[in-house]
Design a protein around this ligand. Structure first.
Ligand SMILES: NC(=O)c1ccc[n+]([C@@H]2O[C@H](COP(=O)([O-])OP(=O)(O)OC[C@H]3O[C@@H](n4cnc5c(N)ncnc54)[C@H](OP(=O)(O)O)[C@@H]3O)[C@@H](O)[C@H]2O)c1
Length: 301
């Protein structure tokens, strides 16, 4: 049993991390909101506390870290709106870089392991899926800030895990609409949707990612590792599979090219992550799309 401090606990992944880690550990969860969104962690057996903490508030972080004494901090807090990061660059830098700097320095001072989340958006998408050691070249500001956060951790800490993932999906309490929730919502309302055929990734069930992170921590892994779903496909094919699984009319989905979408942030097209290292390290099975969607179908949250 460890003391685990989870930031960004009200986000999609944060809620799943609390769910998975609370079965075996004492949890301090935090985010920007006054309360933890789920009324209580789903399988908490022991100590669980939630505190409103901005990762930019180094003094407050230090107060809670020095009294809770975590063995591990998992940073799931971030400014994740990819287009928003292009417009609000100052906010993106503060949260995704300065916030991580605060956590990294406190981890160094108090000798705590830091687990941090990164993304395939640190790559340009010319030649994905990417392995852990390929050279990054972010296209947009979100990817640039996440790459910078990786550098801070690698340059300052020896005991860390950088987990890169891509296209998280799943249900949660008051979570932002991820791709699957958005497609379900549109098709439920019988709306026509246009989905890109030329953006490829390996979508990742957030709960599955949290399980894999838990195993990495248990095994005391150190370094950078890709954790993502086991199926590589286009957003368009992903949307078709969502329609099939949730029994919606797939004729409502038509194809479009990235350049027609005019998104604010450029997107890596052949993105995604190779998961060979994860498969060697983990007994947790990384799910394909059908398995991930089936999990969502069978679990109300
Ligand atoms: N979603 C993906 O497809 C994806 C892919 C690869 C990697 N990742 C990474 O995985 C992690 C979790 O992603 P997610 O999809 O679960 O994100 P999310 O749902 O947006 O959750 C992030 C949480 O962090 C909070 N936050 C924002 N600024 C903060 C601050 N200054 N201090 C403390 N908390 C703050 C957010 O609050 P507000 O909502 O109020 O801003 C939100 O609750 C992130 O590091 C992300 O970069 C995500």
């Amino acid at each position: 049993m460890k003391n685990v401090f989870i930031t960004g606990a009200n986000g999609l992944l944060g809620q799943k991390l609390v769910e998975v880690f609370s079965s075996e550990n004492r949890i301090l969860a935090s985010d920007l909101q006054p309360e933890f969104f789920p009324s209580q962690p789903k399988i908490s057996k022991g100590f669980f506390e939630y505190e409103k903490i901005d990762i930019l508030d180094k003094e407050k972080l230090e107060t809670f870290i020095s009294s809770f004494k975590p063995g591990v901090i998992i940073n799931s807090g971030a400014y994740t709106d990819v287009d928003g990061c292009e417009v609000e660059k100052d906010k993106a830098w503060k949260v995704n870089v300065e916030g991580v700097k605060n956590l990294a320095f406190l981890c160094k001072e108090f000798k705590i392991k830091l687990v941090h989340l990164s993304t395939d958006y640190i790559f340009d998408g010319k030649n994905g899926p990417y392995s852990e050691d390929e050279p990054p070249n972010p296209l947009g500001y979100y990817g640039l800030t996440k790459l910078e956060s990786e550098k801070i951790i690698k340059n300052n800490l020896t005991d860390y895990i950088i987990v890169r993932s891509n296209v998280l999906y799943g249900k949660g309490v008051k979570v932002k609409k991820n791709f699957v929730l958005w497609v379900i919502d549109k098709l439920k309302n019988n709306e026509n949707i246009k989905i890109v055929t030329d953006q490829l990734n390996n979508p990742t069930l957030a709960f599955n990612l949290a399980q894999a992170i838990s195993e990495l921590v248990e095994k005391n892994f150190v370094g950078t590792v890709n954790i993502a779903g086991s199926e590589y496909l286009s957003r368009y094919d992903f949307a078709k599979k969502i329609a099939l699984k949730f029994k919606f009319n797939k004729m409502k989905i038509s194809s479009i090219k990235t350049e027609e979408l005019k998104q604010k942030a450029p997107r890596p097209q052949k993105g995604g992550l190779k998961i060979d290292l994860a498969k060697k390290l983990l007994s947790t099975k990384l799910l394909n799309v059908d398995e991930g969607l089936e999990y969502m179908k069978n679990n109300p949250l």
